[in-house]
Design a protein around this ligand. Structure first.
Ligand SMILES: [Zn+2]
Ligand SMILES: [Zn+2]
Length: 352
């Protein structure tokens, strides 16, 4: 089933002709629960990962994990439709106490033990997403022309500010043969939060038009002033359900590739390469929610509830609202930035 973003409530370039010069594209991924394979673009599915290649691990110091969720219990709870595996009374996921986060998967394969560092405390990264350029029109090529990218997250927080660590791996899809792939990646036996385990989702990539966030110097000051005035006039005329540039016309919600960063919680930030100081380019955006009260008019036509109007909170259920079950920060967007000058320079991870 395809997913189709509805036409925007107004023709934005008709209202702001100056925006035409800033028109861009982004590919909405529209993840939905499914059974993706190693050769598919997906969120939370099996990675195309050679069996003889060490699985990525986080070797940084982690505090003790004293409470958590066993991954298989989370999977079972989701299968039977329990939203929170900890909320199921007697059959709830048992919260086990452990003193230190172990690194071994339940059924480790001979090649799944981290060999790069040999570090006993190393924590296996969790596979978040795998995207092929053939499926995702706005996905940039890797530093050496790679056509596939894999995204990972360490499931444990770091330091007093609970910082997160992410990992990006580029690959050439045709260089990997599927008969020697890792079948069971190592997994932390206890995850600190349910939202650390992605629900396997297939994607339904759809390229849409997008425009920059309008604040500070993301657009010329005169244009931003016109947009602000238009927003105010719309609200004065039509109330709080009136269309608004930021939530209805510029950047779609949910997982997306390319396009412009959204700065709802932080305000615009300059993101320069830590190695060469070049302004970085947005590779992709990961977001927990595919829709919320302010953005349900972006819901695909195939799933839209036409009875919904204005800012009414959508009643779509978890499988559409938070299909991946992942969360980023306090329900923010995770922007992955890469260096356009040299793709070998480390990416930057920005929550906004
Ligand atoms: Zn870590
Ligand atoms: Zn750089």
């Amino acid at each position: 089933m395809t997913r189709t973003t509805p036409a925007r409530p107004v023709d934005v370039e008709e209202v702001f002709p100056g925006l035409a010069a800033y028109r861009g594209t982004t590919t909405r991924l529209h993840p939905r629960r499914g059974r993706p394979g190693v050769g598919d673009s997906h969120i939370g599915g099996p990675m195309l990962w050679p069996a003889d290649e060490p699985w990525p691990t986080c070797g940084e110091a982690h505090g003790p994990v004293t409470h958590g969720y066993v991954p298989d219990e989370i999977r079972r709870a989701r299968e039977i439709g329990v939203a929170d595996p900890g909320a199921d009374g007697a059959r709830a996921v048992e919260r086990h106490a452990v003193s230190q986060a172990p690194a071994r998967a339940e059924k480790p394969t001979p090649t799944s033990t981290p060999t790069s560092t040999g570090d006993e405390g190393a924590v296996p990264f969790v596979a978040l997403a795998q995207l092929f350029r053939r499926d995702v029109p706005d996905l940039a090529a890797g530093p050496d022309g790679e056509d596939m990218v894999q995204l990972f997250r360490c499931p444990l927080p770091h330091g007093p500010h609970l910082e997160r660590r992410y990992h990006l791996r580029w690959r050439r899809a045709d260089a990997e043969s599927a008969d020697r792939m890792l079948s069971t990646p190592p997994e932390l036996p206890l995850l600190p939060w349910e939202a650390e385990l992605p629900e396997p989702c297939v994607t339904h990539p759809e390229q849409v038009i997008t425009y920059p966030w309008a604040e500070d110097d993301t657009l010329p000051a005169a244009l931003t002033a016109r947009i602000d005035a238009w927003d105010d006039a719309q609200e004065a005329a039509h109330g709080r359900d009136a269309p608004c540039y930021q939530s209805d016309l510029s950047i779609p919600p949910g997982w997306r590739v390319g396009g412009f960063p959204s700065w709802a919680s932080t305000g615009p930030m300059t993101v320069d390469c830590a190695t060469c100081a070049a302004p970085m380019r947005l590779l992709l955006t990961a977001e927990g929610y595919e829709t919320d009260g302010g953005t349900h008019n972006w819901m695909p036509l195939e799933e839209r509830d036409l009875a919904l109007e204005g800012t009414t909170r959508a009643g779509f259920g978890l499988s559409v609202v938070v299909p991946t079950r992942l969360r980023f920060g306090r329900d923010r967007d995770l922007h992955v930035f890469v260096c356009p000058a040299d793709g070998g320079h480390p990416p930057r991870w920005v929550l906004s």
